[in-house]
Design a protein around this ligand. Structure first.
Ligand SMILES: Nc1nc2c(ncn2[C@@H]2O[C@H](COP(=O)(O)OP(=O)(O)OP(=O)(O)O)[C@@H](O)[C@H]2O)c(=O)[nH]1
Length: 293
């Protein structure tokens, strides 16, 4: 069990998708996209590596949801055999947030390895200095330089993990790629498209629930989802002028669901206001997050 840990937007979900060879965790250019712990299962010859993607860790989370997300990431470090610390190589190794995170990681017993990510977008001559500065601040068993986006260096990480892995029975069946149910994954896909199509803060104020899932004899599937927002004004923005935004989100999400499920999908989206969805314990249960924080 390998936890992926790092600041928001460092590329953890992109890495996990590459390592698993399928999209198991949603990716956007916005920070704090990942809300829960997602397990992505990678097979390398006879090794099964279970990666645990975690929400990005940031100092002083204020809202309940943010606190639960950050706690879920720390719990994953606790529960895993190893933590891969993902650092965006465009970022200095000496900034305060990185220092805070490394200090707390160092206080735990979980062994650490370092991945400098996004090497496709930085000057190579910075990398050695950056690796040295991060290695001064924490004890890493190994340092990798990778691009989760292009896949450069990812195989080296997988090979190293396979050498290190204890011999025991696989935790999951051979063909399982993730621990997310299809309903939850479908909701995540819609949430990703909302993140990509809506600006500013709105994506953080909404959540998506798959309400119904019906399979037909011809193999097609009808999926109904509700997008909950906190205020009426947000509902208008999510719908867009004459429903243009929601139509675009629906069409993008439907297309991706069809690829994932390899069948025709009829996706129906509804937008509703539920003022305090962020204080609804059942949401947290579904995501595997702790409500009482
Ligand atoms: N150039 C470049 N961009 C990358 C790379 N890896 C990830 N990105 C981009 O960085 C952004 C964040 O990627 P994510 O994988 O969502 O990052 P994350 O760490 O899971 O983010 P949180 O959900 O905030 O924790 C996306 O726009 C990715 O396309 C990389 O190797 N190179």
């Amino acid at each position: 069990m390998v936890a992926l840990i790092g600041l928001p937007n460092s590329g953890k979900s992109t890495f996990i998708n590459h390592a698993v060879g399928a999209k198991v965790s949603i990716v956007t250019h916005k920070a704090q996209t990942t809300r829960t712990r997602v397990r992505g299962i990678a097979l390398q010859d006879d090794c099964q590596i279970v990666f645990v993607d975690t929400p990005g860790i940031f100092a002083s989370p204020k809202r309940r949801l943010e606190r639960s997300m950050v706690q879920a990431a720390w719990d994953a470090v606790q529960d895993c055999d190893l933590a891969l610390f993902m650092h965006d190589a465009n970022r200095s190794g000496e900034d305060e947030q990185t220092g805070h995170l490394l200090e707390r990681l160092g206080q735990r017993r979980t062994p650490l390895a370092l991945m400098l990510n996004k090497i496709d977008s930085v000057r190579r001559d910075r990398l050695l200095g950056l690796a040295a500065s991060l290695n001064d601040r924490a004890t890493f068993e190994q340092t990798f330089m990778i691009s989760a986006k292009t896949g450069d260096g990812v195989q080296d990480v997988l090979d190293w993990l396979c050498q290190r892995i204890p011999e025991e029975a696989w935790l999951y069946p051979e063909d399982q790629l993730s621990d997310l149910s299809e309903r939850l994954m479908a909701a995540e896909i819609t949430r990703e498209k909302l993140f990509l199509n809506l600006h500013e803060e709105l994506p953080y104020s909404l959540t998506v629930e798959t309400e119904s899932w019906e399979s037909f004899d011809n193999g097609s599937i009808r999926v109904e989802q509700t997008i909950y927002v906190e205020r009426d004004a947000q509902k208008k923005i999510a719908l867009g002028a004459k429903g243009a935004t929601i139509r675009k989100v629906r069409s993008q999400a439907q297309m991706e669901l069809e690829t994932l499920l390899e069948t025709k999908v009829h996706l129906f989206l509804f937008v509703k206001v539920r003022e305090r969805w962020v204080d609804d314990p059942s949401r947290y249960r579904e995501w595997g997050l702790d409500f009482d924080l």
